[in-house]
Design a binder for this molecule. Structure first.
Ligand SMILES: CC(C)(COP(=O)(O)OP(=O)(O)OC[C@H]1O[C@@H](n2cnc3c(N)ncnc32)[C@H](O)[C@@H]1OP(=O)(O)O)[C@@H](O)C(=O)NCCC(=O)NCCS
Length: 159
């Protein structure tokens, strides 16, 4: 599979598909999460010069996945910032290293923007991130679902 990467702001016609994937994946964890709000949020994401931003992976014109860098990711977790958020690879493209590549690229963006410490939350993907050097920071309950806040230290950036 050949990948190319672009800012979502460069391929805005892909935003609707991405919003549908994200809402289907995370609506159970995020109260009121819906496609129109996601699209309005995406419209504020720029080309990697500041937070918030979203990077997408494509194969030709086909959208494969994405990762975002956000100031706040969940209304119920405000003690940490900024966030690697919304890491997503479409099901038929998983297991080929794209998820890892998107995480690394998001870390690189954060480093370039001078971010000292980067966080994420996950419910179930902790082993995936631990393998990439992320550490457990806190355990939280989101609508009764247990989730982990994880962080990566500045020294771990720039791998
Ligand atoms: C998590 C996700 C992004 C991974 O994408 P992917 O493209 O399949 O990931 P990769 O192919 O880069 O995986 C790299 C390695 O991690 C492993 N891996 C994937 N998910 C894992 C998990 N949950 N726990 C441990 N290892 C995992 C893969 O087996 C692979 O190992 P290998 O290199 O030894 O074969 C993808 O499964 C996804 O979009 N899931 C739904 C959304 C989601 O859960 N996002 C994260 C929310 S915090």
């Amino acid at each position: 599979m050949s990948w190319r990467f672009a800012w979502l702001s460069e391929v805005p016609e892909r935003a609707a598909q991405l919003a549908e994937w994200h809402v289907a994946e995370w609506a159970p964890l995020i109260p009121g999460f819906n496609v129109p709000d996601m699209l309005a949020e995406f419209a504020t994401h720029d080309g990697g010069e500041k937070i918030p931003t979203t990077l997408v992976a494509l194969d030709g014109e086909d959208l494969l996945g994405s990762v975002s860098l956000l100031e706040n990711d969940h209304d119920d977790i405000r003690a940490y910032s900024p966030w690697l958020a919304s890491l997503f690879v479409r099901p038929q493209s998983r297991g080929s290293g794209l998820g890892v590549e998107l995480v690394r690229r998001c870390e690189d963006i954060a480093q370039r923007l001078g971010i000292a410490r980067l966080y994420l939350y996950t419910s179930g993907q902790e082993p995936f991130y631990r393998r990439l050097g992320w550490q457990d920071v806190a355990s939280v309950s989101l609508r009764g679902v247990q989730a982990s806040v994880m962080g990566i230290a500045p020294r771990a950036l720039g791998h």
